[in-house]
Design a protein around this ligand. Structure first.
Ligand code: GLN
Length: 198
């Protein structure tokens, strides 16, 4: 299985390390030509405005959007979640704009802009998942096609899935718990993601 990790900004190294540890062929993606024959793509955490601009400069936005619309499984973490959203408050809309979600960028304000907490994520089993939040976005609204995977105790949505798109506010690549990545890989393998987004 070949999984690409967008490697133009942000913490792509940690995603590649996690995938390699899981025995997956992980590729650092910087050129449109590298997108061919991927089984899945990860957009890492970083700075969504910078990543968005660089994606345009590297001519990556349209080809990625097209492939995801054709069914390429994609995982966006933190800034990656912002880029996947159709609507973003506090910023320009996500440059990929594929998921029917409204995201608030930097939603935790100054005092709590970085924190860690254990999260209940039923699709990963009973054992909580350690969530690392760094100037994280929150999902404020989801349309009916979107499956909510995790909420904070105050109801705020921090992980969701829609067809072949999976996204979370936190950083699974910064923990040594590989269950979130494995969930993405299993869905990719099983073709369990619906074929098309729109
Ligand atoms: N605050 C960043 C942004 O909105 C995301 C932070 C992160 O990816 N850790 O782009």
């Amino acid at each position: 299985m070949r999984i690409g990790v967008l490697a133009i900004q942000g913490d792509f190294v940690e995603h590649i390390a996690m995938l390699s540890q899981l025995g997956v062929n992980a590729l650092a993606i910087r050129l449109p030509s590298q997108l061919a024959e991927l089984d899945g793509l990860i957009i890492p955490g970083g700075e969504s405005t910078t990543m968005s601009r660089l994606m345009e400069d590297y001519n990556l936005t349209s080809p990625i959007k097209e492939l995801v619309c054709q069914g390429l499984p994609i995982l966006g973490t933190c800034a990656g979640l912002v880029l996947l959203a159709k609507k973003v408050t506090n910023s320009v809309n996500g440059s990929l704009g594929i998921m029917d979600i409204e995201v608030e960028r930097n939603a935790f304000g100054r005092q709590a802009d970085s924190f860690e907490t254990d999260l209940p994520i039923p699709i990963l089993g009973d054992h909580p998942f350690h969530g690392v939040f760094i100037r994280a976005p929150l999902i404020r609204e989801v349309e009916s096609a979107v499956e909510i995977l995790c909420q904070l105790s105050n109801g705020a949505i921090v992980a969701a899935k829609q067809n072949n798109c999976l996204a979370c506010s936190f950083h699974p690549e910064l923990t040594d718990d590989s269950r979130f990545h494995e969930y993405f890989l299993n869905l990719t393998k099983e073709g369990a993601f619906a074929k098309r987004n729109h």
